[in-house]
Design a protein around this ligand. Sequence first.
Ligand code: PLP
Length: 395
Amino acid sequence: MSGRDLSKRGPSTEAIHGGETRPRAGNAITTPIFQTATFVFQNTAELAAHHSHEVRREEYGRYGNPTTHVAEAKCAAIEGAEAGLAFASGMAAITTALFAVLQQGHHVILTDDCYRRTRQFCNGLLGKFGVEASIVETGSVEALEAAVRPNTRVLISESPTNPYNRVVDLDQIAQVGKKHRLLTIIDSTFATPINQRPLDHGIDLVLHSATKYLAGHNDVLGGVILGKEPIIDAVRDCQGVLGGVMDPHAAYLLIRGLKTLPVRVERQNASALAIAEMLSAHPRVEAVHYAGLESHPQHEIARRQMRGFGAVVSFEYGGDLDETSRVVDAARLFQIAPSLGGVESLIEQPALMSFFELSTEERLALGIKNNLVRLSIGLEDPDDLIADLKQALDG
Ligand SMILES: Cc1ncc(COP(=O)(O)O)c(C=O)c1O
């Protein structure tokens, strides 16, 4: 007898078996792709039973699909959530969740290095519907408290953030949320549920761009939200109206990706730390932003709440915009592309990629320096990645 509590499974076991229904159609070991837009009722009595919630079954693709339900349940099992809901993209997840919980006259607080499209949605689009947003400095509880108004409903943050890997104290965010009766949302895309579980800290809703680590292969767009059943149900109702559902083939790819999430993340964490350490010691590198380094300002918080520090590493090169571009161009294994979290390692200069629309002054005001480089560490051999970066930096 092992004495292990079989009702409590580890994240790798959940990644393989969590959310899977048994037996499966055709006795397949994998969940099939239910490539269908609608679902048949045998008779009107069955339809009536469905409407009265006597039976739970699918009805129409915009309200759910069996493949997608498995992807949602697997994400929930790995994250330790009661329920999950999948979307066509991370942005569909964020916007639908906010539309579901906000109404005219409400106020949202978000932290300043939130994903720029999230900021754009809260600051721009939500304003059209009478919802105001305040942006506060990431990590400052004083700024957070000061921003709370009587009509504040939602507090949304990321951790770690893009591109500086800033880490927010999840316990503190949850406490502020509880004190002021706010719904707390953490975009945990950079961390993955393997490295961090915000719900265990009292956060209400966790959100991932599944396009990144969860699916993990740079071949599918998706998003998920995870939390308690009543709020997920409310967002599902809103999704049925807005329509940003994950398609069944994408759900299949997400299920497949999730099965290897724990091993991928473990390896990516280790490679990223080795690369961050190499960069820290490199004479041409002025600063490295990685929460796994003791020099990182929130390293202690990260150690307390994370099991690994993720696989995005940012650094500042000792040169101007063009000299930094030459380093980026000299990389061979690292490819220039947006996104992160996949098996292929990527490199980009935020000043020229995500923040290209802004003037130099606007960019610098946001802290996006010309010599900043962001790496997404993939699954290549870490020694090859280190050698590639060294030749690019030394060249
Ligand atoms: C932290 C974070 N959240 C959300 C998103 C949006 O996800 P998607 O591109 O899947 O819509 C991104 C995309 O880069 C992201 O980096």
